[in-house]
Write a protein that binds this ligand. Structure first.
Ligand code: ATP
Ligand code: NI
Length: 354
């Protein structure tokens, strides 16, 4: 059995502000398999970007990893030194693409220079070789006449093309993992579709796993193999994409699907989730969703330390509804040991029926 590309265990991230501590990521565990596109969804402020930047330790200065591990190959990214991380991992093994390409590109340098610099920073290659790689990267992301575009400045590209350039830089050292945080937000719908196609293409043709962060469940349905659903700093469910849409496990996943107009079948019964997400300075005890949940099944929902459990259909859920000890009415599929479920995750199926 192959081990996952990335393994996050019990990750905890806290921001310290003048008066408070914000527990933005709380005991989050998930794996990203080789070659899969793993989606992370959830409402604004639930900790998606915090989780993403924690993986590369690009947290704001007041943010800190307060627990857990981030395994990538033989490394624990949560524990390795900053120097080592910068040299071995960032931009080389793991790259990140942000929402706004303008923050990733330097307006005063040509894109050729920016690409070649990234490549030479990480790989021991001649200028000539780096130039060749740069042209190849631009070609890989679908930039026409890449050789001629090396000497152009970022402002000479359209928004969509600029995001392609950012992706080219991210891919230039053949990373094993690409993290894309809302990479299509702010782009035209048709350009969005092209960028998503590009990510799928990269995932299929290079040995690159992708974490795709979005609040758009339509995007997830289109490109992801599995999806992690975040609520208030917790990962409440991780499921294959078809399970998320056809048989969502966590009540929050269900409510989220119902609250989104474009989600297919549920169109007719569009409902807004009652209440508001909690203040992460003082998150609710027990399940953080319990104050809004319509399926509270046990007192323990309000107080318990709910484990993430692995299920037969390949999903992972953090909810007492599926625990016969807490919910006597539960009669569905049994939980399985973490070891047993690994086989099922080895070749996640794409939700192409969606
Ligand atoms: N530097 C910071 N200091 C204090 N709190 C922060 C900081 N950065 C983020 N937060 C808080 O951490 C929580 C998670 O924020 P994060 O940006 O990770 O959410 P998100 O899911 O990416 O949201 P969005 O969809 O709006 O991008 C929020 O409550 C946010 O206010
Ligand atoms: Ni974000």
């Amino acid at each position: 059995m192959t081990s996952p590309r990335l393994s996050v265990r019990d990750l905890q991230v806290t921001y310290t502000t003048k008066h408070d501590e914000v527990n933005a990521v709380d005991r989050v565990s998930f794996d990203v398999q080789n070659d899969e596109i793993f989606g992370i969804v959830g409402e604004s402020g639930c900790g998606k970007s915090t989780l993403a930047s924690t993986i590369l330790r690009l947290l704001d200065d007041n943010g800190e990893i307060t627990g857990g591990e981030i395994r990538y190959g033989d490394w624990d990214l949560a524990a390795m030194s900053e120097g080592e991380l910068a040299k071995q991992i960032r931009g080389r093994e793991i790259s990140m693409v942000f929402q706004d390409p303008n923050t990733s590109l330097d307006p005063v340098y040509t894109i050729g220079r920016q690409l070649i610099e990234t490549i030479r920073q990480h790989l021991d290659v001649s200028k000539q070789e780096a130039r060749k790689r740069a042209i190849q990267s631009l070609a890989d992301v679908g930039i026409p006449s890449p050789e001629d575009r090396l000497d152009d400045y970022p402002h000479q590209f359209s928004g969509g093309m600029r995001q392609r350039v950012v992706i080219a830089i991210a891919l230039s050292c053949d990373p094993g993992l690409l993290i894309a945080d809302e990479p299509t937000t702010g782009l035209d719908v048709s350009i969005q579709a092209q960028i998503l196609d590009l990510l799928e293409d990269i995932n299929a043709n290079h040995d690159t796993s992708i974490i795709l962060i979005t609040h758009d469940l339509g995007v997830v349905a289109e490109v992801c193999d599995r999806v992690g659903v975040m609520y208030a700093g917790n990962l409440v469910e991780v499921s294959p994409v078809d399970v998320v849409y056809d048989d969502p496990k966590h009540p929050y996943t269900e409510d989220l699907l119902r609250s989104i107009p474009e989600t297919h079948e549920m169109k007719s019964e569009l409902t807004v989730i009652k209440g508001t997400p909690p203040d992460l300075r003082e998150p609710p005890s027990g399940c953080r969703y319990h104050p809004r949940c319509t399926k509270v099944c046990s007192d323990a929902c309000e107080t318990g330390d709910i484990p993430q459990e692995y299920r037969e259909d390949g999903s992972v859920v953090r909810c007492y509804l599926y625990d016969p000890a807490e919910n006597p009415e539960y009669e569905g599929s049994a939980k399985v040991d973490e070891g047993q479920r690994d086989g099922q995750l080895e070749s996640p199926e794409r939700g192409d029926q969606l």
